[in-house]
Design a protein around this ligand. Structure first.
Ligand SMILES: *Cc1c(COP(=O)(O)O)cnc(C)c1O
Length: 367
């Protein structure tokens, strides 16, 4: 089976973990600080604050911007539920705006119609590793005095005109096992604002300004030294691995027929956390996509649908009274299929994937 994702862990991570394990400080010590400094430098931000996951990065980011009951946050429904759930945890309300079918990201031209006096922030998600149209989004945010919290959980190293994802607003990254770099579980918040960084550092550790002095409410969202030890070599190898993802994606885009391949938007550096094709069915259902997925499984190729249900149709959101039906998100949820693109693929794997997709689509065209 060619897997859809494979963590790349080697000797360097192994040695670093053992050194961290036998060090005197197991949590939030020198390795965590080094990872923060290196990650901030990588993103071109003044600060980076390490936390326990991408989810807790998002929860911290929305909390330190003071969001709460009565506030609204504009975001995309075509994402992992964590993006909007972080908003719910503060008591604020996610407001969903439809996405574009070319980059799968929130459609900036639809944002202003959803802004109300209660709107406090925009939370764009750089889906599959392609950054959003951040020039449009940040200009709307400036005009309406809104915070921008970027869900960059899939976009380590992505950029817009050379400016890194996570550096446009408050950036939230995940180091989950399958992300472009991993610590197993882990996350990072990036910001240029020292006050936001200071609040995030307190929030991740019970609001403490110093040990046992709780200034404000917080959680335990700390990162361990063992995880930071894995993150350091992972971060060093990230640019090279992103390039391998891009090369794999370029091969697939050149060789696939009969499916709609992902589009790289001008000026935007895509890091292909996922390589996601669209397979429209004539009747608007997911039949053609599902048939391709079944054929690829038979051929020993794992695929996944990210995401089969827009967030507002999750049972949680239906219970909260959400009744949105945004046409592009609905359609994409029935058309998208992610194929393996990770850097551990061999040239033979890529050939196998392209051959199997083309064969399945030709059979379908002929039938
Ligand atoms: C992975 C992911 C998250 C959550 O990150 P975790 O580290 O798993 O908590 C949030 N948003 C998106 C878009 C993700 O892909």
């Amino acid at each position: 089976m060619i897997p859809i994702a494979r963590p790349l862990i080697g000797d360097e991570e192994e040695a670093a973990v053992l050194a961290a394990l036998y060090s005197d400080r197991l949590v939030q010590g020198a390795r965590v600080r080094e990872l923060e400094e290196r990650f901030a430098a990588f993103c071109g931000t003044r600060e980076a604050v390490a936390v326990s996951s991408g989810t807790t990065a998002l929860m911290t980011a929305v909390a330190v911007h003071g969001l709460g009951p009565g506030d609204e946050v504009i975001t995309t429904p075509f994402t992992f539920a964590a993006s909007a759930n972080a908003v719910l945890f503060t008591g604020a309300r996610p407001v969903f705006v439809d996405v574009r079918s070319d980059d799968f990201n929130i459609d900036p031209s639809l944002i202003e119609a959803k802004i109300t006096p209660a709107t406090r922030a925009i939370l764009p998600v750089h889906l599959y590793g392609q950054p959003c149209d951040m020039e449009a989004i940040t200009s709307i945010a400036r005009k309406h005095s809104l915070f921008v919290v970027e869900d960059a959980a899939q976009a380590h190293g992505a950029s817009v005109d050379g400016k890194m994802a996570g550096s446009f607003g408050t950036g939230c990254f995940s180091f989950y096992a399958t992300k472009n770099m991993t610590t197993g579980e882990g996350g990072m918040i990036t910001t240029d604002d020292p006050a936001t960084a200071k609040k995030a550092r307190r929030f991740r550790s019970h609001g403490e300004s110093s040990r046992y002095v709780s200034e404000s409410l917080g959680y335990n969202f700390r990162m361990t030294e063992i995880l930071a030890a894995i993150g350091l070599p992972q971060l060093r190898m990230l640019p090279e691995r992103n390039e391998q993802r891009r090369a794999n994606a370029a091969y697939l885009t050149e060789h696939l027929h009969g499916v709609i391949t992902p589009k790289e938007m001008p000026g935007r550096h895509h890091v292909y956390h996922q390589y996601t094709v669209r397979v429209p069915s004539p009747d608007g259902t997911s039949t053609a996509r599902d048939a391709l997925a079944a054929k690829l499984t038979e051929a020993g190729i794992q695929t996944k649908v990210f995401y089969p249900v827009p967030v507002y149709r999750q049972p949680l959101y239906l219970d909260l009274g959400y009744r949105d039906c945004l046409p592009v998100a609905e359609r994409l949820s029935r058309e998208v299929l992610s194929l393996p693109v990770h850097p551990a693929l061999s040239p033979d794997d890529l050939k196998t994937i392209a051959g199997a997709v083309n064969e399945a689509m030709e059979q379908r065209g002929a039938s």
